[in-house]
Design a protein around this ligand. Sequence first.
Ligand code: OMP
Length: 218
Amino acid sequence: MTDHRTRFLQLALKANALRFGEFTLKSGRVSPYFFNAGRFDSGAALAGLGACYADAIQAHGLDFDLLFGPAYKGIPLATALGCEYARRGRDLPLAFNRKEAKAHGEGGMLIGAPLAGRRVLIVDDVITAGTAIREALALIGEAGGTVAGIVIALDRQEAVDPAQSRRSAAETVAIEHSLPVVAIATLDDLLAFTGESAEFSTQRERLLAYRAAYGRDA
Ligand code: OMP
């Protein structure tokens, strides 16, 4: 497995951002694992995560000129990635949205660098059904930006309606919007990772059963 994928899964487990158990998702599905990007809650943890995003982007050769972090969880993620790019010698503009429009002061829904005329990379945590990402796509379009790609930490590779189609939500977003969608790691990577150590054998069985029920085509 490529280096940044393993590094990310190890970091996520260490930070308790990736947990095994029983979790009810936004979709109502009960999942044997959950990724909570909010647990990357220290400078060092976010710096490590920022480097994983940058390596994944480099591996896929994405081209963009602004980073956008959707509120709330995307905000520190895009910031960590922006700091990592600066460390690597590229100073990129950054922007975020707020969830509530502000009527006073500077007003509006957007904070940071203007999006108009920019090729925007959306930086977010996880795609399950793709709802959160679609909201970000609409916001950026309204602000005059062009979305050049999406990078997420974890692609859960779930089909929205497995009875209809086994295409994953991330693949559907990529096709519908003609956009590259890059993940640091996917459920397949997590399965490969858990397969490397007997310590995770029970969790792996549950992941496999979950993928059989909701996952995209293998
Ligand atoms: P979609 O909008 O369905 O793609 O789900 C993405 C959102 O689900 C994330 O932004 C989280 O709010 C939440 N989520 C996680 O954070 N981690 C997971 O492992 C799974 C979910 C989820 O509820 O599907």
